[in-house]
Design a protein around this ligand. Structure first.
Ligand SMILES: [Zn+2]
Ligand SMILES: [Zn+2]
Length: 124
């Protein structure tokens, strides 16, 4: 059993995180609900006229809740859809409609688009 990673430390492009063994959908510790995984918060002082970026008090800047209930990284898109590249090499996600290049591992794990949709690329 691998160590559970916080969602904000999981990278789409890392095959240790997204691979066939976990269906490209690892269990992760959920993001901190206050800072959404960012680890920082805008805090106002002086009646809202001054804002400063402070370490999130909810999670102490970690961006996740220690002891949080593990959840799948993706919650949707589990039914694979077939897609084709267009003539310029772009693939359009069937779920979110965004176009991307499948070699871009910041947006595509090799199976799932960053929205979670599983895409089977049909080579022409
Ligand atoms: Zn936080
Ligand atoms: Zn998508």
């Amino acid at each position: 059993m691998k160590k559970l990673l916080p969602k904000n430390q999981v990278k789409l492009g890392n095959p240790d995180h997204f691979n066939a063994a976990n269906d490209h959908n690892p269990l992760v510790l959920p993001d901190c609900p206050v800072c959404k995984g960012y680890g920082k918060q805008d805090v106002s002082s002086g009646g809202g006229s001054v804002w400063s970026l402070m370490e999130c008090a909810e999670c102490n800047g970690k961006g996740f809740v220690v002891g949080g209930t593990p959840e799948p990284y993706f919650t949707k898109g589990n039914t694979a859809k077939e897609v084709r590249r267009n003539s310029a090499g772009w693939i359009k996600c069937t779920f979110c409609g965004k176009a991307f290049k499948d070699y871009d591992r910041n947006v595509f794990t090799g199976l799932r688009h960053k929205c979670g949709q599983k895409l089977i690329i049909i080579e022409n």
